[in-house]
Design a binder for this molecule. Structure first.
Ligand SMILES: [Zn+2]
Ligand SMILES: [Zn+2]
Ligand SMILES: [Zn+2]
Length: 344
């Protein structure tokens, strides 16, 4: 079958060039303007780094087989396989057309890795891909913090892959890009650990903790948020003072309320579209009036309020906050009960 030619060494070379350019872009995006800094380079940093990593993955796949023709069948998109009548009342599935000139995408790389028993942390890769796509739509100035997170998250993936799957030393392979990534990763992880510890004294409701961890600076997208020192000194706690307590972004210095940001993360996670028949998963809590009552879990993540009557005493259907005034009956059985009382 005719196929585009594949040069595995070229793949590797392109991968390394792409990563090197990505790190250069990253550095330029972070410099102050007067030192020829350019925030607009943040997006090309992400594009180059992500593309570079995918090229390394393809290199690994291509070098997992001995024959270059076999390698090409793994890297280029295969022809579509379509059913055709076999002339005897049966069906034959045949490839239609040739291998394409385009190479495989993330989803197919994942399948190839599975087929060749190559381990990979796909949860992180997919998260990085999502981040990449999401950043395409933002103004570069609003992405610097998130880009810094991206580079730090990519680092352990790249390090592990080069060491275990390519049997090479990252410092040798990546040259000058390596110490920059290493230093950045160390700084970010240390700062993140400090931020997490700092929130221990801020009185965040326990059940809201996972939604605190999702918070990103509203100005630059960084995950490096600390509780505001003044609000800690005032002795305020987030649980009671959610309309006053502020976070500070370590990356850009921006400051705003942490409570509404946590609640927004919770709501985004339960996002739904009524046009698709979706229903809300979170509603306003009758006790504390915050939008933190998780309907499916029958409790409030902020004030821990629970239902007096979790299910209908007749049909055992789970009840909601709005059913609590029926003395433990669902809407239907409450109606039946009232009708019976009237008819007596
Ligand atoms: Zn920020
Ligand atoms: Zn509540
Ligand atoms: Zn019922």
């Amino acid at each position: 079958m005719a196929m585009p030619a594949l040069d595995a060494e070229k793949l590797k070379e392109n991968a390394l060039t792409s990563i090197r350019l990505g790190i250069e872009d990253f550095q330029r995006s972070r410099l102050p303007l007067e030192q020829s800094g350019d925030p607009a380079r943040a997006l090309s940093a992400i594009r180059n780094l992500f593309a570079g990593v995918l090229l390394l993955f393809k290199y690994k796949i291509a070098t997992s087989v001995d024959d270059p023709d076999d390698a090409a069948t793994l890297i280029f998109n295969p022809p579509e396989v379509l059913p055709q009548a076999d002339g005897n009342g049966g069906v034959a599935w045949n490839p239609v057309g040739k291998f394409k000139r385009t190479t495989i995408d993330v989803a197919t790389i994942k399948k190839r890795f599975e087929g060749f028993d190559i381990d990979m942390d796909w949860t992180t890769i997919e998260k990085l891909q999502e981040c990449r796509n999401h950043l395409e739509h933002l103004h570069p100035a609003n992405t610097l913090g998130e880009v810094a997170d991206f580079v730090a998250e990519l680092f352990p993936i790249l390090r592990g892959f080069i060491q275990t799957q390519m049997n090479e030393q990252p410092a040798e392979l990546l040259g000058a890009a390596w110490p920059i990534m290493l230093e950045h990763h160390t700084f970010l992880m240390d700062t993140r650990a400090e931020c997490i510890t700092a929130w221990d004294d801020a009185g965040v409701p326990d059940l809201m903790q996972p939604w605190l961890e999702e918070c990103q600076c509203e100005e630059c997208g960084s995950s490096l948020l600390r509780p505001h020192a003044e609000d800690i000194e005032e002795g305020m706690g987030v649980e009671r003072y959610d309309e006053k307590f502020r976070y500070v972004c370590v990356a850009c210095g921006y400051s705003d309320l942490i409570g509404p940001l946590m609640i927004k993360n919770l709501e985004d996670a339960y996002d739904y579209d009524p046009r698709d028949g979706g229903e809300p998963g979170v509603e306003t809590c009758n006790e504390c009036q915050r939008d933190t009552f998780v309907i499916g879990e029958q409790h409030c993540l902020w004030c821990r309020a629970e239902l007096d009557y979790p299910e209908c005493t007749v049909c055992e259907e789970p009840l909601r906050q709005e059913d609590q005034f029926n003395g433990g009956l669902c809407g239907y059985h409450n109606h039946v009960y009232e009708k019976m009382m009237r008819d007596d």
